[in-house]
Design a protein around this ligand. Structure first.
Ligand SMILES: [Zn+2]
Length: 345
């Protein structure tokens, strides 16, 4: 079987299920925001900024990420951030995206929840009008912050729940298991929201965290979650429940150099439902959806059939209604037929 070509990947109708809006902040937009808000990095070049993007684990990445977040101040800043991401991925044939956002990174520095969500919501509407791309929001809690802070954030979000499709959990996993947030996840489920969470790669107590996510706090997906491969009982559960895994080739490569290849192939061979996603493209050499899929293809020698299946997995895992899903899957089927690829599933 031959690997899929670049042009096949570029034309493939896609959905993205794991991208952090704050992580889409590109150096060029950083400079615009710094000028607008009078921040010192306005005198830096894009290359200077990129040269500082060195990380090899989760804490070193988060330090960079939190620094960038400081540049987001006004509703217009959040609008510009979200609109730029949606414009970019719409040009890559991403039809639909579910975007994480981290309100606590902003509210803890005195920015109102309303400022954040209004800017993002306006950008979503404008991007749908301008580029036809549909998007929804997943509100993430910062796991190194307290459970009480997560609860307060959920309360702040109550007037805006119609703008939010699900909740997630991200940031520093060490010592911050899913069970810490059981209460807020229960509130979210009772309010009719979907639930997902990060189980980052090679974290302390990772298997127990994956177990809690699947069994105790009702996670419908696993973001990353690759360590599931090491525990047959978790693997079996994930497979039987068809838990979608949102796999992100770039950070995999950064954290486990050289292992992307066998990781993605091993997930597929284990019969798991995987999707391919970008994560934080602004900090990860502008690896958006097309580039992430090419990385996965290069690593695991993915065939056109496998990429169609991966794209189908993403549309099936999306938190959307039956009619919308059917419309995306029809477009995917039409594409696959045109390319002579047998539609699977
Ligand atoms: Zn992530």
């Amino acid at each position: 079987m031959t690997s899929a070509s670049d042009s096949f990947i570029e034309a493939l109708p896609k959905a993205e299920l794991h991208v952090h809006l704050e992580g889409t902040l590109e150096p060029a937009l950083k400079i615009v925001l710094a000028r607008r808000n009078g921040h010192a990095i306005q005198s830096m070049t894009e290359d200077d900024i990129r040269a500082g993007y060195v990380f090899d684990d989760l804490p070193s990445f988060l330090a960079l990420y939190y620094e960038g977040v400081e540049l987001l101040q006004t509703e217009q800043d959040f609008y510009d951030l979200c609109y730029a991401y949606l414009k970019k991925v719409a040009s890559q044939n991403v039809l639909y995206t579910e975007m994480f956002f981290d309100p606590q990174l902003h509210t803890r520095r005195g920015i109102a929840f309303e400022t954040v969500i209004k800017g993002i919501s306006r950008a979503r509407a404008d991007a749908q009008r301008d580029f036809g791309i549909r998007s929804q929001l997943i509100m993430c809690f910062i796991r190194e912050m307290s459970a009480e802070s997560a609860d307060e954030t959920f309360t702040q979000a109550l007037p805006y729940l119609s703008e939010i499709i699900g909740v997630g959990l991200d940031s520093d996993e060490k010592g911050n298991p899913p069970a810490k947030f059981a209460h807020v996840f229960r509130r979210a489920r009772e309010a009719g929201l979907h639930v997902t969470m990060h189980c980052d790669i090679d974290q302390q107590n990772t298997h127990e965290h994956i177990r809690q996510a699947l069994e105790d706090v009702g996670s419908e997906r696993l973001d990353h979650g690759l360590n599931v491969l090491e525990k047959p009982e978790l693997l079996q559960q994930a497979r039987e429940r068809h838990i979608p895994f949102t796999v992100c080739p770039f950070p995999n490569m950064a954290i486990r150099p050289g292992s992307n290849e066998k990781d993605i192939r091993a997930l597929l061979d284990a019969g798991l439902t995987i999707t391919i996603n970008s994560d934080d493209p602004g900090y990860m050499q502008s690896v958006y959806m097309n580039e992430a899929m090419k990385m996965a293809r290069d690593g695991a020698a993915l065939t056109p059939e496998e990429l169609v299946t991966i794209s189908r997995n993403a549309f099936n895992a999306a938190w959307i209604g039956a009619e919308e899903r059917r419309a995306y899957l029809d477009r995917l089927d039409t594409f696959a037929r045109r390319e002579g690829v047998a539609a699977i599933g």
